[in-house]
Design a protein around this ligand. Structure first.
Ligand SMILES: [Zn+2]
Ligand SMILES: [Zn+2]
Length: 243
């Protein structure tokens, strides 16, 4: 399995260490023909972009840098945070309209969209480590919120499902399959990707493999994903960034 794209990388606009140009150089060095810059949404505490409007700067810079690398298609995206159990995300509509790629993911430290969202978005996940029951409640709540986001928005894929914050992979993947949203295999974090792929593959959902690179050196490091997909017999045509 050969990957031609890495659609999930961070730059200095959020918590990445590289510039957009440095990520582009790294992608070229890996032989990729597509790269997306997908910085964290503004609700991500300590790591998000300054505000929704920051994405307009990112989009301008992506278009500028893209022109310097004719062999590379550079895309402007966002890794949105879930900020409410109704599937709210932290990317304003006028920004969403201009992005090439919209990723949605759960992150532990976000500013909830409302007071009512404090418990389902943050509180319930704080307690998830305490007991099996609490973890189960967090799983139900997280899965509902992600499904709502997939139904509401044109989401390209869900980043790192089941990393740190529990989700029902089968239920989420079935909703994603129905909405033409893919499930990410994230090679930048250590978590159980085998359970993820084993459950998701049964639903017919498509996959993407992304580095979630926070350093240019990690851009395009995707081979771990190929090994997991192979182990569970996922055909190449269901991996959107592979040929
Ligand atoms: Zn993430
Ligand atoms: Zn990320």
């Amino acid at each position: 399995m050969e990957f031609f794209a890495d659609w999930h990388t961070h730059s200095k606009y959020s918590d990445g260490r590289g510039t957009i140009q440095e990520n582009a150089e790294a992608a070229m060095a890996r032989g990729l023909s597509e790269l997306a810059i997908t910085d964290h949404g503004p609700a991500n505490i300590g790591t998000g972009v300054k505000s929704g409007a920051t994405y307009f700067e990112i989009i301008d810079e992506v278009r500028e840098v893209s022109a310097w690398y004719p062999g590379l298609t550079l895309k402007a995206g966002a890794e949105a945070d879930i900020t409410g159990s109704d599937g709210s995300i932290d990317i304003p509509p006028e920004v969403r309209d201009k992005l090439d790629i919209l990723i949605v993911g759960l992150h532990p430290y976000v500013v909830p969209a409302s007071l009512e969202a404090v418990w389902p978005v943050v509180g319930i996940n704080r307690l998830a480590g305490i007991s099996r029951g609490a973890r189960e409640r967090a799983r139900v709540s997280n899965t509902k919120a992600l499904k709502e986001a997939v139904y509401r928005y044109d989401v390209d894929f869900i980043s790192h499902p089941d990393l740190k914050m529990p989700v029902d992979v089968s239920e989420l993947s079935a909703a994603c399959a129905a909405c033409d949203t893919a499930i990410e295999i994230n090679t930048g974090h250590h978590y159980d990707k085998e359970v993820l792929v084993r459950e998701a593959v049964k639903t017919g959902v498509n996959f993407v493999v992304c580095s979630d690179a926070h350093f240019p050196a990690s851009v395009g490091k995707l081979q771990e994903g190929a090994a997991v997909l192979k182990k569970f017999g996922v055909p190449g045509e269901r991996v959107l960034n592979a040929v």
